[in-house]
Design a protein around this ligand. Sequence first.
Ligand code: GLC
Length: 473
Amino acid sequence: MLLALGSLTGCKSMKKNSTTAPAFSETPEERNARMGWWRDARFGMFVHWGLYSGLAGTWNGEPVKGGGMEWIQKKVKADTATYASKAIPLFKPKPGFATEWAKSAKAAGCRYIVFTTKHHEGFALHDSAVTDFDAGSVLHRDLVREIVEACRAEGLRVGFYYSLIDWHHAQYDFSLAKGLPYPLEKSSELAGVRDHAKYIDFLHAQVNELVSNYGTVDVLWWDFSSKFFEGDSAWRATELIAKVRAAQPGIIMNNRLYAASTVKSTGNEHEEFDISHGDFSTPEQRIPENGLPGVDWESCMTMNKTWGYNEHDTKWKSDEKLIRNLIDIASKGGNYLLNVGPKGDGSLPEESVKSLNAIGAWMSKYSESIYGTSASPFKKLDWGRCTQKKHANGTTLLYLFVFDWPTDGKLVVPNLNNQVADAYLLSDKSKKLAFSDDGIIKVISLDTATPDANASVVVLEIKGEPKVSERNE
Ligand code: GLC
């Protein structure tokens, strides 16, 4: 809902050079404490939902080609008025939709939800005083509040995705925003007449509403910048980060107010990471082969080929693939942010619900091997993956995820210079497994059939911290 602009001009957050927020500084211990819940969580649900969801990948009765249907406005090159007139009538959130999301996320074993409060189309899901392109004005509802409340009722942490890119705002200067998408390809009529500073004021004001009016916000998920358009010149990022941290001291932010600078070299990937730009990095639709050592990271990935709902997309990943992605990411020290794209009425696609339930069924038996664990001490294991956790009396639990159950019943754990204290199946802790300990090679005898077709978990308890010979080779 739009208030008279006069009431905003006096507002501090609207002033251009406002530096009222104190500089943020913290010790490494404070940072670890702030990041603690997120690092332990390992698994969150991403939700892409906005006006595009009702369009469902169809424009003028025709399927629109390609993935990513939250970009449908760009794909069909529609101006914002045409887009809104077609999409708004199809966006009809049913009562209680958010409870369905939160319950499904919880059942899957997710510890947090990050949802789009505004995507590139510019439609805000909250009741915003600085625009009338929002759920407050159009639907007389505050969908952000509904979602936040539903998440809290299920004990989930809450994250706000916020698009820096804005295809609706009249002052968003797309002609400056090189490398970022815009529906009307750099139209010369529109270029050069926009005052981007005004858009930045709007962006700061809208974010201020989000971090002020909904209680604790656990994550802010910015999206996105290019190397030609980022940081202070694009978004007054330093000031924005300071304001958000002043309002929400415990918040965790991604680093997409800046373009990520990733350096890849034969399988080893490193990111030049500046923690003043954000807390974590966001590999998109991929899992870095050896994780991102020294950096907090979260891989965001879709269940099919789209973030926003597309009724034509049937390329669903199998439950096994999704479960193994979760394991793979945890074994490399990252978080998995798994996307769902609800329909225009807020309901989740049947296939997504089915997969979330399958992941939940696996997690109900094995979540101990995911939550609160850290990356594998092994560089590679032929039969699967590993995570680790410190245990009582100075021992370490190694969770061995067996993707390929050995046909000869012998699971070989190489290069491990520790004494074994115990070995058992996580699905049945009373079922101890025999092992031989021949120096650095341990062989665990598996005398059962695969306990879990998606991924079985064998626990190897070892004395001390893992000493693996090949780690740094
Ligand atoms: C990209 C896309 C966007 C999606 C996001 C998820 O930045 O523009 O549609 O929301 O990735 O990571």
